[in-house]
Design a protein around this ligand. Sequence first.
Ligand SMILES: [Zn+2]
Length: 798
Amino acid sequence: MGLVASVVPDREAVVRRLIFALLVAVAAVPPLIAQQRRPAQRTAAHRRPPVPTPASILGFEPGAERRLVDWDPIVRYFRTLGSTSDRVRVRELGRTTNGAAFIAVFISSPANLARLDALRDVQRLLADPRLVRDSAAREVLLRRGKVFVLITSSIHSTEVGGFFSPLDVAHRLATDTSSGIRSILDNAVVILVPSLNPDGVTIVSRWYNQTLGSNAEGTSPPELYHHYTGHDDNRDWYAFTQAETRLVVDSLYGVWHPQVTLDLHQQGRFGSRIFVPPYMNPAEPNVDPLLLQGDNALGLAIAWRMTADGFTGVAVNSLYDAWTPARAFQHYHGAVRILTETASANLATSVTVPAESLEAGLGVDPRTPSWNFVAPWPGGAWTLADIVRYQTASAMALLDHVARNREQWLRTSWQVLERAARGWPDWPYAFVIPTAGQNEMALGTLLEILRHAQVEVRAALGSFTLGFERFFPGTYVVVLRQPYAAFAKALLERELYPDLRQYPGGPPQRPYDVTAHDLALLLGVRVLAAADSLPVGLSAPVAPRPPLYRVPGLSGGGPGVVRLGVYRSYATTMDEGWTRWTLDSFGVPYESLVDSTLRAGNLAARFDAIILPSENARALLDGLSARRYPARWTGGIGAPGVQALRDFVDAGGTLIALNEACNFAIGALELPVSDALSDLPPGDFYAPGSILRLQLDTAQALAEGMPPQTIAWFESGPAFEARDPTRVRIVGRFPADPGDVLLSGWLLGASHLAGKAALVEVRRGRGRVILFGFRPQYRGQSLTTYPLLFNAIKTSAR
Ligand SMILES: [Zn+2]
């Protein structure tokens, strides 16, 4: 601990000076003076052009029936708001994947905006309780600080209410002179991100406007609404693979440390009208109980207020859990996360939902009142205007509550971070990450992730021994006595998902998302927990250079390179996007292959290998329905495509099928392999996104460079039995002992997997089909199994 201890006194002196300067700055404009200054500000505001309504820029009211707009007019509205209102400032954080402006809109009282830098420094001090040990100084900060509320919207671009609700919220905050709004502006700084996925706003709006009046009106576009991730864009909050996630984490969370966050989403049409927390079980065990209680209190405050204001169909404690950190960055950074899920229409086209068509879901029956659903919605028309009204009301209710309880929210966040900085008594002291024997790319990726999450990583200044193992200078150490320790703990320790059943002895209760998130396993980095403090000095926090992603023989293309095709379904799949993401980030050239190219045949002339990303057999074969979509997008691979794939393999090509696409390949290419899991009910077998143990035959080219034991990301995949061993080579299989199969997450019925093949190579004609019964490139995270996919491509050279 030598160096850490010696660093602190210096830093504390600097911090003490900073606090003093801040207290002077923050105290300079106490509320009374701010009140007296208002008339003067009003005079100044007179000289500005009037604050525009959203309709004056969009050309219609937000929520108007069958009206959607691109991203540009939305940005124009906020920029105009910023130039006309002294309560609004717009910042461009950077550019999206497709090059659009990514903006954040700061809204507060003019006095708060004028001293935003000082308030940011207060936030920084509150976010790191190690910096303010003096309780009197801390109390002043808690009394003087403002609550920072981050409101994010429309990360999912078919949830189109989220395009407009931020405009209404911003306009109201910018123009309303009521005491309620003034209190929000005085007590809070709102950071509004009108879209977490601006590219998707344009993709969905253009598709909607192009299909308006046709059978396709209200359908999802035939392309992913985020270039790489589609709907998975909201599952990236611990891996930080995408440009948009990084902008928010690095430029907002990492700088402004919001205490409260609100994320606007939409759900299906037939459930409650809106969901707000409390969340359902389970909560991820490293989330501080105080934050969960904050989620409960704030969610119920919103529900309470909305019910008072006449909103019906408000559900709490249903459907949505707090398990995966993939959606809940906030829960590991001292902030509550309020998710709202409002019922959908058909994009901007209204629908009629008769009461009798409402459907019971997990935790709520929208036809029956209950404690967590006190006032059912009577059914009837459901419009985009309703969605915007519900979303806006939820946001205003949240802001009202937060403003009234400003100090309590600051204290809640501070208390959570202080507890983490002191260290939970039952937590290990640190994680030790050796440098020797590690894959450099994987280790570099882990360190990058921790850096984005603002987790401090130190380096050992000398050698030390832990158990019987010796560690060398430079060994990385994550001390679990720091504000964001919970992030590291949740992602670096082995976790099993609780065995939740619909009733005792009954079938499993479906988790909201996947059940595993172990970065050490996914990346293939060795991490050890140290129970007690280490007998070695530690450096100041380090930030090593990010790794370079290259695959020898594939990256950068060039002569002799494998001609690779990646099938791109119009019935979009996120796995296809993640496949492109993986190839692009490693600079591996490929061509996207659509139905018409595939059906046209003669594929062997253009490709050596073709990847079929995970997609179920029916969707691959039939594609989008001709009843809804224009002919150009419909029909899937179809019979001509199946023939073309057979010819391609017979002529010597390699077909690589991922996960769910394996069953299509087995049927379409008549492979002598069967799926041992087909027709098993969930009561017998269940693995909703888990990390399993995989044993490899490393003598085979497909497993070259891999260790004999690795992982498989298992999610709706098959498990293979070879029917003709002369044609089927087994490269990877699950352990023979069912007790050895599960590494992290949830698995019921392990005996159905035990000993089954998970990666096989099947000969057909002069070519071969490689079947991956798992996702080797899962959400851009399972770096440890990328080489299996790269080997499959590499060995396709002809
Ligand atoms: Zn959503």
